[in-house]
Design a protein around this ligand. Structure first.
Ligand SMILES: *Cc1c(COP(=O)(O)O)cnc(C)c1O
Length: 469
């Protein structure tokens, strides 16, 4: 499998190089040159497979030529063996033909574990074979950081540095990062905000001299391997609800458009998906595009669903590429103009094409809490605020009551106690057994000033398991 850039100017790469690449050299994102497509018979034959075996069948074409079948099978069995629930991604029924796909049974209680548990293991496999080490640098306002650290903690060949804004992440989220101890794990609390952290990561990627030749790897949601891993659970859920002989709809709590883009790929790979609902919070740039063809940058609005607080959605470019007939030059021109003006619209027929599959809704904090209360009242089930936005959007935008509607349950409610408290239902979410002692565990974290040089010095001193880079 070869991968090409959405802006058409960067060299095509194989899976292994895409895994290590992050952004393409022309500023674009990597996508498969040809998407695999499965027949109805093939998909039907996968019904009832354990999660890791289904994962092998769905992802095999993407890694073919780079990872041997036997290695890939072993890696997948390990990856999904760490999830707390035997079904890995269990479905829970909320109402008539309405389901939550629980993607929060992994070590850090959010769907990002599906991709980052795999990414860490794939990186280590490839790096061992190459005899190389890499440094990961990332910025987080919550979920990505803990999932990336959990995914890389066992890696022999990876040093990971995750920055979060000092005193500005919830205690559960901070502890999920700082209590994972290992000599290749470095938590940095920056005396600044999330954007400051993000800027320092960007500046470090742009000028990697301070690493003296060690490669820097990105684990944010533009990494192709993350998207690939997320395709699997769309197949897993749909197969249980009657696919490929029956169509299924999905409602997806959305920020950077990574998770829902995986659903779009699943559909293009042969899964009968009749509707994809983009569910956003007040940060609604994607809803403005889907409802009125206006992808216009706004200011950031902090919300009760912080993992979806974004101004622009980095993976949206991957959809634009397809909407423009995979014409890299057209996408490059569009993105250049978006960079200059902060606005973007596509031609009417392209927008209509997108709307054949996608619907959208923006849900504010008040309606998020009301939905948590509503569902708790109906069923006793406790939603996290991100998933609640997905449920609200599913109920408002659903096209067919006769087809199953699956809401992606992106996080466990215990991670976001503030929203649950504001919902006023008197129930407090409990930590699951494997994290019950989280508040007693030892923490390790370094506080650094909001200063690029200080951060880069820290990284070069602590990389390579404490040996000088
Ligand atoms: C990251 C995240 C999202 C948004 O996913 P995208 O792929 O960025 O659209 C939604 N909910 C939770 C809980 C998350 O952590």
């Amino acid at each position: 499998m070869r991968y090409i850039s959405t802006r058409g100017q960067a060299p095509a790469l194989n899976f292994e190089d895409v895994l290590l690449a992050g952004l393409a050299s022309d500023g674009g994102l990597y996508v498969p040159e040809n998407l695999p497509c499965f027949t109805v018979e093939e998909i039907a034959s996968w019904a009832g497979l354990p999660y890791h075996e289904l994962a092998f069948r769905v992802m095999r074409p993407f890694v073919a030529g780079c990872i041997a079948d036997a290695d890939f099978k072993r890696i997948l069995e390990e990856t999904y063996g760490v999830f707390a629930h035997k079904a890995v991604a269990p479905l829970t029924q909320l109402g008539a033909n309405e389901w939550v796909l629980e993607l929060f049974q992994g070590p850090t209680l959010a769907f990002k574990d599906f991709a980052l548990q795999l990414l860490g293991r794939l990186l280590d496999h490839v790096l061992t074979r190459r005899g190389e080490r890499v440094v990961i640098m990332g910025a987080t306002s919550g979920d990505t950081g803990s999932a990336a650290i959990e995914g890389c903690k066992a890696c022999e060949n990876v040093d990971i540095f995750i920055m979060h804004p000092h005193n500005r992440v919830s205690e559960v989220q901070r502890r999920q990062m700082t209590t994972i101890l290992g000599d290749n794990i470095h938590n940095i609390a920056i005396e600044g905000n999330f954007d400051d952290c993000q800027e320092m990561v960007k500046a470090s990627f742009a000028d990697q001299g301070f690493l003296k030749g060690t490669r820097l790897v990105a684990v944010n949601s533009i990494n192709w391997a993350r998207i690939m891993a997320q395709v699997v659970y769309y197949f897993h859920a749909a197969l249980q609800l009657g696919a490929p002989h029956r169509s299924v709809a999905f409602s997806v709590p959305t920020g950077n458009f990574g998770d829902i883009f995986a659903g779009y790929l699943a559909r293009n790979m042969g899964l009968p998906v009749n509707q994809l609902i983009v569910a956003t919070n007040r940060n609604d740039i994607l809803h403005r595009f889907m409802s009125g063809n206006r992808y216009d940058k706004d200011t950031l609005h902090p919300s009760l669903s912080p993992s979806m607080d974004i101004m622009v959605s980095s993976n949206f470019e991957r959809l634009l590429f397809d909407l423009h007939g995979r014409n890299g030059a057209a996408v490059a021109a569009l993105m250049d103009s978006f960079k200059a003006t902060g606005r973007l619209a596509v031609e009417d027929d392209r927008w209509t094409e997108a709307r054949r599959l996608f619907d959208s809704l923006a849900v504010d904090d008040e309606n998020t809490c009301a939905t948590i209360a509503e569902v708790h009242g109906e069923t006793g089930y406790l939603l996290d605020p991100h998933t609640a936005i997905g449920v609200k959007a599913a109920r408002e935008c659903r096209r067919s009551l006769a087809l199953p509607m699956v809401v992606l349950g992106t996080a466990h409610p215990v991670k976001f106690p503030e929203a649950v408290e504001k919902a006023g239902i008197g129930a407090a979410p409990q930590l699951p057994a494997h994290l019950a002692d989280l508040f007693q565990r030892e923490e390790r974290c370094s506080v650094l000033p909001n200063d690029l040089k200080a951060v880069q010095d820290f990284v070069s001193r602590h990389g390579n398991r404490g040996k000088l880079l």
